[in-house]
Design a protein around this ligand. Structure first.
Ligand SMILES: [Zn+2]
Length: 122
């Protein structure tokens, strides 16, 4: 976790608030990509026993495995693992904690007491 400035937008009112941010590392994204490739290759191995599609499906799925791994890697590498911070609502002055996991910026939420919506950018 590293302290980082988060840009809050409370329906047009901008605030900069410090928060703990943990980004997805390249190793995490690589691991997810390898798992996706392995799952597709497992499907390829299992499709050998299915009548009729067993002639072509294993070869197609074997070729699609690395593509699935690369797509998963590139989609996950800029993902935010976790954000923890506290914010004060400009409308009702309520202080509330925010914990968000596994998302791509920005993320949206609402004040728990007055339901004023906000948007958070990193
Ligand atoms: Zn509020």
């Amino acid at each position: 976790m590293s302290l980082q400035t988060l840009h809050f937008d409370f329906s047009g009112q901008r605030r900069d608030i410090e928060g703990d941010v943990k980004m997805e590392s390249n190793w995490d994204a690589t691991r997810k990509g390898l798992i996706a490739c392995a799952v597709v290759w497992l499907l390829a191995a299992c499709s050998f026993i299915v009548p009729f599609i067993g002639w072509t499906a294993p070869f197609v799925l074997f070729a699609l495995g690395p593509i699935a791994g690369l797509v998963t890697f590139f989609m996950d590498r800029h993902e935010v693992k976790q954000v923890e911070t506290h914010a004060v609502c400009p409308e009702c002055s309520t202080s509330f904690g925010i914990t968000e996991k596994n998302f791509k910026p920005p993320f949206y939420g609402a004040c728990p007491s007055c339901r004023m919506s906000y948007r958070v950018d990193l």
